[in-house]
Structure formats: C-alpha cells, structure tokens
Design a protein around this ligand. Structure first.
Ligand SMILES: C[S@@+](CC[C@H](N)C(=O)[O-])C[C@H]1O[C@@H](n2cnc3c(N)ncnc32)[C@H](O)[C@@H]1O
Length: 162
C-alpha cells in the first residue's frame, strides 16, 4: 500500500430506481495509457468484443481513438487534503464536489445531515451554485459554519440552540 493511501468506501443510496445522473459533469482526462494502448489496434480492437464472462457487456477499443475525456471508474483518487483546520472531522472538498456534480445540477438542493462546520459539503454546494442545507447537533459548530459559508444557511432544522 502506498504511504498516505487510505481507501474508504462510499455508499450511494437512492430513494427511487429512477434518478438523475450527470456523467458528463465528472469526466476525466483520458490518461497516458491511451497513447500506447491505442497506437496499434488489433482486428478485435476494431469491432465490438463481447465479454467472455457472459455479462452482456462489450467494448470496441477503436471508439477511444481521438477521445480526450473519459467517464470515471467507480474508484476515485482524491488528495486527502482538507480546507478547514479549525474543525477536526472534515472531508476533502473534492469528495462532495464529485457527488454533487454527478447527481445534481445548478439550483438543485443538497443536504448534509451531519455537516460539522459546514466547510465541506455546504460550502462546496454553494460554490457550485446549489442550494445547501446542513444539520449539525453540536451548537459550537454553528458559529464556525456561518463564518465559513458565503451565504449563511438555515442551519438548525429542528430546534434552535439557546
Ligand atoms: C464526520 S463529521 C462531519 C463532517 C462534515 N460532513 C465535513 O465533511 O466537514 C460528523 C458530524 O456529525 C455530527 N453529528 C453526530 N450525530 C449527529 C446527529 N444525530 N445529528 C446531527 N449531527 C450529528 C457530529 O457532531 C460531527 O460534527
């Protein structure tokens, strides 16, 4: 395992089978592998090659010629750098940014039910022009959250701290 490499699983749940997904918003540069892999194509590479495991999937490698961008795999490689040092449990902003871009469009609503100081999901959602709502049980993060956010959000959903 590489030093500093820390794999974590992200689970995605949807309320219904039909949901919005915007793959084009999270496309990534195709990568160096394409230069060598696509240099000399075999006859199989030039036609649809159906998977031998019977999954029904197949690929035509020649479709990758001249492509600059590709859809990402389900393994994300993100730097673990976080933006807020005043609050200890923050995730890197690139993590919610990826999911927000993948599943929402501008002016959609993003909810973080455990938002901490709000410096991750809420802030990223706002910077991506989404409406953001955060819920946090610890009142001491309230001030921190409102100081962090460009436009303070309606932070307490159930009860205002006294
Ligand atoms: C991992 S931290 C949140 C990190 C945050 N989403 C971020 O990326 O910056 C989890 C937060 O959930 C809060 N929390 C725990 N139980 C909660 C509850 N029942 N309702 C609301 N917030 C809760 C904790 O106080 C803590 O600040």
């Amino acid at each position: 395992m590489l030093p500093g490499f820390c794999p974590e699983r992200c689970l995605q749940f949807n309320k219904s089978k039909k949901f919005n997904m915007y793959q084009n918003a999270v496309m990534v540069p195709i990568g160096e592998w394409a230069k060598t892999r696509l240099k000399k194509l075999s006859d199989t590479d030039k036609m649809r090659d159906t998977s031998k495991v019977g999954s029904g999937f197949g690929k035509n490698v020649s479709n990758w010629l001249d492509r600059k961008m590709a859809y990402p795999t389900n393994v994300l490689h993100l730097a673990t750098k976080t933006g807020n040092r005043q609050y200890s449990a923050v995730f890197p902003q690139t993590l919610p940014a990826w999911f927000i871009k993948f599943f929402t469009q501008e002016y959609d609503r993003v909810l973080d039910p455990f938002c901490g100081s709000g410096s991750t999901t809420c802030q990223v959602a706002q910077s991506l022009v989404r409406h953001s709502v955060g819920i946090e049980i610890k009142h001491e993060y309230d001030e921190l959250a409102n100081a962090n956010l460009n436009n303070p959000v309606n932070y307490q959903l159930f009860e205002k701290y006294r």
